[in-house]
Design a protein around this ligand. Structure first.
Ligand SMILES: NC(=O)c1ccc[n+]([C@@H]2O[C@H](COP(=O)([O-])OP(=O)(O)OC[C@H]3O[C@@H](n4cnc5c(N)ncnc54)[C@H](O)[C@@H]3O)[C@@H](O)[C@H]2O)c1
Length: 256
C-alpha cells in the first residue's frame, strides 16, 4: 500500500518542474492528485500521464495570482475528488529585474503569485482539512536565507513564505494540520532557464558553485529530489513535525 493511499492532494504549479515531479510521486504513492496550474495544456498533459499510469489525477487551469479564484477552485476540487488531506503550495514566478527598473506591477505579480496565493490556498484547504487533519507543504527557496542582485521581489516573497509557514503551523495546530516548508537550492527545472540558457549548466555556474565546492554535493538538484522531501512532509510520518523548513540545496547554504 502506498504511503499516501486514500489521500487527496492538491499540488499547485504541477504542470512543470518540482510540482510535476511531486504530483507524479504522490500519485505513485496512492494519492488522488489535483493539478492546479495556469498552463492548462501542460496541466492536462500531466494529469493524462498520471491517468495512463493508473492514478486518479485531474487538472484545473487557473491563474493563482487572481485572488479569490484560488479559494473557489479548491472548494470545487474537494467536491469532485473528496475532502483534501494535502496541499503543496508550489506555483511561483521569478522576475529577474534590475531593482531600479522593476515596475510596481511586476513586484505585485510576484507577491500575488508567490505569497498571497499560498495564503489563500492554505486557508481554503485548511477549511477542508479541519475535520480530519492534514498537511500543508509550502515550497519556499534558499532565497529566504541568501539572495542575489535583481531578485528583490522573489526574495521578499520567499521570506514571506518562510514566516507564513511558521505562523500557519501555530494557527492550524489545533486542527491537526501540519504546516512545513522546503527551501530548494539550484534545481534543474524550466525556472532555471534564464534568457534561453539553463543557468545550472553555464561555465560560470560550474566554476563558481560546482568546481569550487560552494555546493558541497557539486551538482544542481533534480525536481524528483525535492519531491521526495515533499512526500516525507505530506505523509506526516513524523507526527511531531510542524513549522519546520527542509533545506534541499546540496549544502549550498552551509558554505561560506
Ligand atoms: N528551480 C529552482 O532552482 C528552484 C529553487 C528554489 C525554489 N524553487 C521553487 O520551487 C517551486 C517550483 O519551481 P520550478 O522550478 O518547478 O518552476 P517551473 O517554472 O518549472 O514551474 C512552475 C509552475 O508554476 C506555474 N505557475 C506560475 N505562476 C502561476 C500562476 N500565477 N498560477 C498558476 N500556476 C502558475 C507555471 O505554469 C509552472 O507550471 C517554486 O515555488 C519555486 O520558487 C525552485
Amino acid at each position: 500500500m502506498g504511503r499516501l493511499a486514500g489521500k487527496v492532494a492538491i499540488v499547485t504549479g504541477a504542470a512543470s518542474g518540482i510540482g510535476r515531479a511531486t504530483a507524479r510521486l504522490f500519485a505513485r504513492e496512492g494519492a488522488r492528485v489535483a493539478i492546479l496550474d495556469r498552463n492548462g495544456a501542460a496541466a492536462r498533459e500531466t494529469a493524462d500521464d498520471l491517468g495512463r499510469a493508473g492514478a486518479d489525477a485531474q487538472a484545473w487551469e487557473i491563474d493563482l495570482a487572481q485572488g479569490a479564484a484560488a479559494e473557489a477552485t479548491i472548494a470545487v476540487v474537494a467536491e469532485r475528488m473528496g475532502s483534501i488531506n494535502i496541499l503543496v503550495n508550489n506555483a511561483a514566478t521569478y522576475v529577474l529585474r534590475d531593482f531600479y527598473q522593476m515596475t510596481s506591477e511586476e513586484w505585485q505579480t510576484v507577491l500575488d503569485t508567490n505569497l498571497t496565493a499560498y495564503f489563500l490556498c492554505a486557508r481554503a484547504a485548511a477549511r477542508e482539512m479541519r475535520n480530519h487533519g492534514g498537511s500543508i507543504v509550502n515550497i519556499c527557496s534558499v532565497h529566504r536565507i541568501i539572495t542575489e542582485r535583481n531578485s528583490g521581489a522573489y526574495a521578499a516573497s520567499k521570506g514571506g513564505v518562510a514566516q507564513l509557514t511558521r505562523n500557519l503551523a501555530i494557527e492550524f495546530a489545533p486542527d491537526n494540520i501540519a504546516v512545513n516548508s522546503i527551501s530548494p537550492g539550484f534545481i534543474r527545472t524550466p525556472m532555471s532557464i534564464v534568457n534561453g540558457v539553463d543557468e545550472t549548466t553555464t561555465e560560470n555556474f560550474m566554476n563558481y558553485y560546482v568546481k569550487s565546492g560552494r555546493i558541497p554535493l557539486r551538482r544542481a538538484g533534480l525536481p524528483e529530489e525535492v519531491a521526495e522531501a515533499a512526500l516525507f512532509l505530506a505523509s506526516r510520518e513524523c507526527g511531531y513535525l510542524t513549522g519546520a523548513d527542509l533545506v534541499v540545496d546540496g549544502g549550498l547554504t552551509i558554505t561560506l
